[in-house]
Write a protein that binds this ligand. Structure first.
Ligand SMILES: *Cc1c(COP(=O)(O)O)cnc(C)c1O
Length: 229
């Protein structure tokens, strides 16, 4: 248990080192501690070690965990958000990483309007094209961008992706590079600023940082293997 704070420190040092090696400032890279399937005690330990942002991927788990923890924690929703959970999740989180369909974006916008919210969101893109993954294809993301960016409530901050599992860490780089280039393209075509790239997990965050990640979502390297919540 006690090594959560030790691992946090190690991960932060690793991020700083990777950033330095590729000429970036470590302050450009924000760490989201992915606490799905981890106990409230584990989250508290990371919080006590200085971690303020945590990511959850299931609405029910988020709703159950949140009241057990300090209100100064910032929660991000990183999973596939079911439409019937939007109303519950929106008021609880600072950022929705996985807006993975036009219908979901429209629902979030409508419900945010009803709730008087302006949620910050990221567009999830399935750059690898794997059938098991959620997200817009790059083509559809580009095509629908003007309509998505016109929504009045949702605040688009950038793009998010999950890379496929690869043999060698650097083999994930092309997928992350593709997300960055797609971001550049959508931003230029629509004359908007999309500063955030949420990419990189425990196995591939080095590659993601090299390709410009601004948010990395790390679970296992902080908390150890996931048990059951
Ligand atoms: C589980 C999860 C992570 C963290 O995965 P680790 O490999 O444990 O770091 C990051 N992003 C998403 C979307 C996840 O579902």
């Amino acid at each position: 248990m006690n090594d959560i704070s030790g691992r946090m420190k190690e991960v932060e040092e690793q991020i700083a080192l990777i950033a330095e090696r590729c000429g970036r400032l470590s302050s450009e890279i924000e760490l989201i501690a992915v606490s799905k399937s981890q106990s409230a005690e584990a989250v508290r330990e990371a919080f006590d070690a200085g971690q303020l942002i945590f990511g959850e991927n299931r609405a029910q788990e988020l709703v159950a965990k949140l009241p057990l923890l300090p209100s100064s924690i910032h929660w991000h929703f990183i999973g596939h958000l079911q439409k019937n959970k939007v109303r519950k999740v929106l008021p609880l989180v600072d950022l929705v990483h996985g807006v993975d369909s036009l219908e979901l974006a429209l629902d979030i916008d409508r419900i945010a309007s009803e709730l008087g919210l302006f949620p910050r969101v990221l567009l999830e893109v399935n750059v690898s094209g794997e059938a098991t993954k959620f997200g817009f294809t790059p083509e559809v993301a580009r095509r629908e961008a003007p309509r998505l960016l016109e929504l009045t409530r949702v605040q688009w901050e950038g793009l998010m992706t999950i890379a496929p599992i690869v043999d060698a860490p650097d083999n994930a780089r092309p997928f992350f590079a593709q997300l960055r280039m797609l971001r550049d393209q959508i931003a230029a075509e629509n004359q908007v600023d999309l500063p955030t790239l949420s990419m990189g997990m425990s196995d591939d965050f080095e590659a993601a940082i090299k390709e410009g990640a601004t948010l990395v979502r790390l679970g296992t390297v902080i908390f150890g293997p996931r048990g059951r919540a």
